[in-house]
Design a protein around this ligand. Structure first.
Ligand code: GDG
Length: 518
């Protein structure tokens, strides 16, 4: 963290994300309560924004947020010790329906995961995506302008000649994710080169054969190319992006050696870089070690899992990209083809409901329920239920306790930018006795390499035989593999990831020699 902070010392930081780091709600007594960041990027980034007294721009979510504001749209957070400004962009119900559930999650999400059959496009989705991106951009531009005014007046007092030097490049804006494909261009059109613009795209970038079906794809590419730096999890996504730019934008000059793109009319160059994201390994290990004596025995007893059985776990948002039906098919096939495992292991599916406004997600929920019921009816006995589903949101202590004690974790995504669950499982494996089965289609597979047991989620038979292999794996091999996984995961953690992104953004002038790893 200190590395990140010293880099940001001379900069005004503006973070832009769809979700807020602090969300206000009403509790049962009608009092305002605050939901705090619970892990992942938001929890990692929050202390950075606090320490730098930056600005975080995000979607404001309702009456409690408005009531808790200090003025029309801002509130200082965290509430008990205000350290930075959270600026909300208020969205109407129809904004949310068309920008968030519409273009973001019914077009870009399935498209970027190469699941074109799940795309539903309507013109109004795109129009609203544009309008909402414009609103976010306006809020960012206001922030940059007020930062510039602050700098101007303080510099004016000290030395009026220094103004021109100081104002340029004082603010660095960091956009998060696919909700903001156009905002960088709108910001650039207003402020020119007055700020550095950087974006991280958390989901895959698909091959050009897929992306060319994207409605308004060329405009999106142009939107993203307003950034100085565009980050993805792995080099393959950078290459796909470059390929799309080369074939779809005649006015773009793509440099495959330096991984840069310049648009004919633009004064800046966009640099593409791969930054495999990590997790907060120390914090996860602390949570994993925290549950009291007897946690696991009680957990097993609560769910009726016999003591002598292995436990496999899957932790997912209930999303069709995560390959949950494919995983259930492999478990069913294992129990059919390797009857020796009947009564010998239990699979726990932790599925967090997500985006339930979208019909495909509701259908997935029903499909998963049916798959679990079928396995339990076919193979379950009075003493043993093969699959247990947990849909409650678990505290981090319970979640990482579950990861620590589970003998196997299964990640079977059909496509996945990175997949933090794989990294979290490894971080929580403080006793190093668990095995990770990991989809070769998740970004994490590229980071973790051979120490995980690799699977193709759609090849049910081989998937089942890898499950058999993992369940039978001797302790010594488990430890060897988990030790290797833990060393990668602790090197590439959330703090080093942020440091890499900021370093690449803030040293763009010298960046030409640091791109060889892409
Ligand atoms: C996107 C990309 C990329 C889930 N249930 C509970 C809970 N979780 C937490 C997990 C994990 C997170 O949710 C899910 O993260 P993933 O990375 O698996 O997936 P997405 O939400 O799809 O994230 C993905 C990521 O962005 C970051 O760039 O890796 O590829 O799709 O952290 O632990 N957490 C708690 N209780 C639960 O019940 N506390």
């Amino acid at each position: 963290l200190d590395d990140v902070l010293s880099m940001l010392d001379a900069w005004d930081l503006v973070v832009v994300s769809n979700r807020q780091p602090y969300r206000h709600t009403y509790d049962a007594d009608g009092e305002i309560a605050v939901d705090r960041p619970a892990g992942g990027l938001t929890a990692g980034l929050d202390p950075v924004v606090q320490e730098t007294d930056g600005t975080w721009v995000a979607w404001g979510d309702g009456d409690a947020d408005r009531e808790a504001s200090d003025d029309a749209n801002s509130v200082r957070v965290p509430p008990e010790d205000p350290a930075y400004t959270l600026k909300r962009v208020w969205l109407s119900e129809s904004d949310v329906a068309d920008y968030y559930y519409g273009f973001s999650n019914r077009v870009l999400w399935p498209l970027c995961h190469s699941l074109e059959e799940k795309i539903t496009f309507e013109d109004r989705h795109w129009e609203r995506y544009r309008e909402v991106n414009r609103k976010f951009a306006d809020s960012v531009v206001d922030t940059i302008e007020s930062n510039t005014v602050d700098t101007d007046s303080s510099v004016e007092r000290a030395d009026s000649d220094a103004i021109a030097e100081t104002v340029e490049g004082d603010t660095v804006v960091w956009f998060q994710d696919y909700h903001f494909g156009l905002a960088p261009r709108f910001v650039r059109e207003s402020i020119g080169d007055e700020a550095l613009l950087s974006q991280f795209w958390h989901i895959p970038w698909p091959e050009r054969e897929v992306f060319r079906d994207c409605p308004h794809g060329a405009e999106l590419l142009r939107g993203l190319l307003a950034n100085d730096l565009l980050g993805f999890h792995i080099p393959a996504y950078c290459a796909n992006f470059l390929d799309c730019v080369s074939t779809m934008l005649p006015e773009a000059a793509a440099d495959w050696e330096d991984w840069t793109v310049s648009l004919a009319d633009a004064e800046h160059t966009t640099r593409l870089r791969a930054f495999p994201m990590g997790v907060d390994t120390d914090r996860i290990a602390e949570h994993a070690a925290a549950p009291e004596e007897g946690f696991w025995e009680r957990f097993r007893a609560d769910y009726g899992i016999p003591d002598d059985q292995q436990v496999a776990v899957g932790i997912d948002r209930l999303d069709y990209t995560k390959g949950i039906p494919e995983r259930l098919a492999a478990i069913e096939h294992l129990l059919e083809a390797h009857p020796n495992w009947r009564g010998e292991f239990t699979y726990i599916q932790k599925a967090t409901p997500s985006r339930t406004e979208i019909p495909e997600y509701r259908e997935l929920g029903r499909r998963v329920d049916r798959g679990i019921e079928r396995i339990n009816e076919r193979f379950g006995t009075d003493e043993w239920q093969p699959v247990i589903e947990i849909d409650d949101y678990l505290s981090e202590e319970a979640l990482y306790g579950l990861c620590r004690y589970s003998d196997l974790a299964i990640v079977s995504s059909l496509a996945d930018g990175m997949n933090l669950v794989a990294l979290e499982y490894v971080s929580a494996q403080i006793d190093r006795t668990g095995v990770l089965l990991l989809s070769e289609r998740a970004g994490a597979d590229e980071l973790l390499g051979d120490a995980a047991v690799s699977i193709d989620p759609t090849d049910t038979e081989t998937f089942a035989s890898r499950l058999d292999l993992a369940l039978s794996m001797p302790d010594e091999e488990r430890r060897r593999r988990m030790t290797a996984l833990r060393s990668v995961v602790s090197e590439t953690n959330i703090q080093s990831w942020m440091a890499d992104v900021f370093e690449a953004t803030l040293t763009l002038d010298q960046a030409a020699d640091t791109t060889t790893d892409v």
